[in-house]
Ligand binder design. Structure first.
Ligand code: APR
Ligand code: PHB
Length: 397
């Protein structure tokens, strides 16, 4: 099989890249190790920045998101048993976030891919990439018991943190920056009406907690836990009890409880690969970087990467321009580090760190006090939370 761009991985990065390339008249083939059902049901985060929403709408895959997504104009920061609303809309001159689960975006992109009959192969095995340091990149894999090969001009490594593309780059080329946090998040989905219309990020002596939602009937809740926490030790009653404590307020706030139908623990890390390209291989999304989920930036960063990559590939095919592709990594990394900073900052502002004499907690309260009383400080949070602009100052794609 021959194509222009071979895409490894059908997560949001790979699927959106295929869609953007299709719109530019560029052919691609997407291969994925998991089944369609698996990727369509994989529970992940669910906050879309304004720029992500605008891009999905502009490229014709936003119809269901417009109907079912929940548009939020603010979030709440809760500490010292009091809530403080951050008016994102007012602070950013009209921007908002949309709560719409990542796997719903994935379903919409798969649907689009099938509608225009773009090649998308699930359940492939033994994926291997080669030739990207020269002019003949190739992707090898097994599908339905047969050995297959895709010959292409470029390879997009959209295969997530545990994929094979990043480790296929020869040793000594990539530099990795990493920070592992001493905690994780225990996340649940529950059939319970969200107790707030907007997200609540809570700093509590017992640890961080977050109230989010999926629909007006389904709550998505998280609580800070050990990175290796065993979910089996968390029966539903214990989860609700802990969430109630961490989200308590002076005026008697209570969560609505209901049957929990999904539970999982996510470890938290910050991770960046530099550069994000080598020869004719381009890494995008989680294959190149991971952020802790506190700022809800993971999906949005993946979207920004593939937008830049699709643009650079279009310039290459349309005008023969090599320079945008050469600058791919540099352009992405500027935004990636901005997102790393905001994600790390929100994480350090809201979580309990072990040990010490309570200095860190007092420092967090002082910072939260500033963020919720100074318009300048609140604006920094609101601008970053609603989205780092696609084109940063001084940058022309
Ligand atoms: N060959 C083909 N596909 C692979 C391989 C492989 N060797 N290894 C992994 N994959 C697939 C995975 O099964 C997954 O479907 O690549 C896909 C990568 O998708 P994601 O992990 O969702 O990563 P990405 O598309 O970059 O999206 C980033 O996902 O983890 C969240 O917080 C993150 O929201 C962000 C988003
Ligand atoms: C979610 O709804 O899954 C969610 C919301 C906000 C975050 C992370 C995850 O910061």
């Amino acid at each position: 099989m021959r194509t222009q761009v071979g895409i490894v991985g059908a997560g949001p990065a790979g699927l959106l890249l295929a869609h953007l390339l299709y719109q530019q008249g560029i052919e691609s083939v997407v291969i994925e190790t998991q089944s369609r059902k698996h990727v369509e049901e994989r529970v992940r985060a669910g906050v879309l920045e304004q720029g992500t929403v605008d891009l999905l709408n502009a490229t014709g895959v936003g119809e269901r998101m417009r109907r079912e997504g929940l548009v939020h104009h603010g979030i709440e920061l809760r500490f010292d048993r009091r809530g403080h609303r951050m008016d994102l809309h007012d602070l950013t001159g009209g921007r908002a976030i949309t709560v719409y689960a990542q796997h719903e975006v994935v379903k919409d992109l798969i649907q689009a891919r099938l509608t225009y009959r773009g090649p998308l192969v699930f359940e492939v095995e033994a994926v291997r990439i080669e030739g990207f340091d020269g002019d003949t990149p190739g992707i090898h894999y097994r599908s339905g018991g047969e050995e297959c090969e895709i010959a292409c001009d470029y390879i997009a490594g959209c295969d997530g943190f545990h994929g094979i593309c990043r480790p296929s780059v020869p040793a000594g080329i990539l530099r990795v920056y990493e920070k592992i946090y001493p905690f994780g998040w225990l996340g649940i989905l529950a059939e319970a009406k969200p107790a707030s219309d907007e997200l609540i990020y809570a700093n509590h002596e017992r640890g961080f907690a977050l109230l989010s939602m999926r629909t007006p009937q389904v709550s998505r809740l998280y609580l800070q836990c050990r990175p290796d926490e065993n979910v089996a030790e968390w029966p539903d009653e214990r989860i609700w009890e802990e969430l109630q404590k961490r989200l308590e307020t002076q005026d008697g706030f209570r969560l609505n409880e209901g049957p929990i139908f999904q539970k999982g623990v996510t470890a938290m890390r910050s991770f960046v690969t530099e550069p994000m390209q080598y020869g004719r291989l381009f890494l995008a999304g989680d294959a190149a970087h991971i952020v802790p989920p506190t700022g809800a930036k993971g999906l949005n960063l993946a979207v920004a990467d593939v937008r830049i990559l699709a643009h650079a590939l279009a310039r290459r095919y349309r005008d023969g321009a090599a320079e945008p592709l050469e600058r791919y990594s540099a352009i992405c990394l500027r935004r990636v580090w901005r997102a790393q900073h905001i994600s790390w900052w929100m994480t350090s502002l809201l979580h309990r760190f072990e040990g010490g004499d309570g200095f860190e907690y007092r420092r967090q309260l002082a910072e939260l006090d500033q963020v919720t009383t100074s318009r300048a400080a609140a604006t920094v949070l609101a601008e970053n939370y609603t989205g780092i602009p696609f084109e940063l100052p001084g940058e022309k794609l």
